[in-house]
Design a protein around this ligand. Structure first.
Ligand code: RP5
Length: 168
């Protein structure tokens, strides 16, 4: 699925439809910052051939960054990174049994020489994966870079304008 009519710059993939409630936060951030993206389910274990095809063709199709979210035995980000030299950002999805600690450790402990940038477990990680992908795209795209700056400034202003922690 493509989010708008522009050629996608970021691929947001996940191991299962069940990961969407977390991974949608990466897509929301990319859309907020004006970064075109595509989304799809690609499973390391259930669709390994698709994983290889997706990762091998990603750069040629114009993607600049891949965000990969998975839970449990979360091999998707690492295996995608093994098949492309695009930057891969890994999002550990909260698992029911181990609350995402299994996902985090599966994604973060890559062997030296194949890199995955691992984010936090769950919503914060997905949100920051979107933000970080936009920052990478922004290195070559002034409009995206300006949108990132504006987002950060607005966030700061919101905190400074609301110094009282008690519910209003
Ligand atoms: C992983 O297994 C997926 O990324 C998901 O987080 C987890 C469970 O998948 P489902 O059984 O919900 O499809 O591959």
């Amino acid at each position: 699925m493509q989010s708008d009519t522009q050629a996608p710059k970021v691929g947001v993939i996940m191991g299962s439809k069940s990961d969407w409630p977390v991974m949608e936060h990466a897509v929301a951030m990319l859309e907020r910052l004006g970064v075109s993206c595509e989304t799809r389910v690609v499973s390391a274990h259930r669709t390994p051939d698709l994983l290889f095809d997706y990762a091998k063709g990603a750069a040629e199709r114009g993607l600049s960054v891949i965000i990969a979210g998975a839970g449990g035995a979360a091999h998707l980000p690492g295996m995608v990174a093994s098949q492309t030299s695009l930057p891969v950002l890994g999002v550990p999805v909260e698992s029911k049994a181990l609350k995402g600690l299994d996902s985090l450790l599966s994604i973060v402990q890559m062997p030296g020489g194949v890199a995955v940038g691992t984010l936090a477990i769950g919503k914060a990680g997905a949100t920051n994966a979107g933000l970080l992908a936009a920052q990478i795209v922004g290195l070559q795209d002034e409009a995206v870079s300006a949108a990132v700056e504006a987002f950060r400034a607005e966030q700061t202003r919101t905190v400074l304008d609301n110094p009282d922690p008690r519910p209003q």
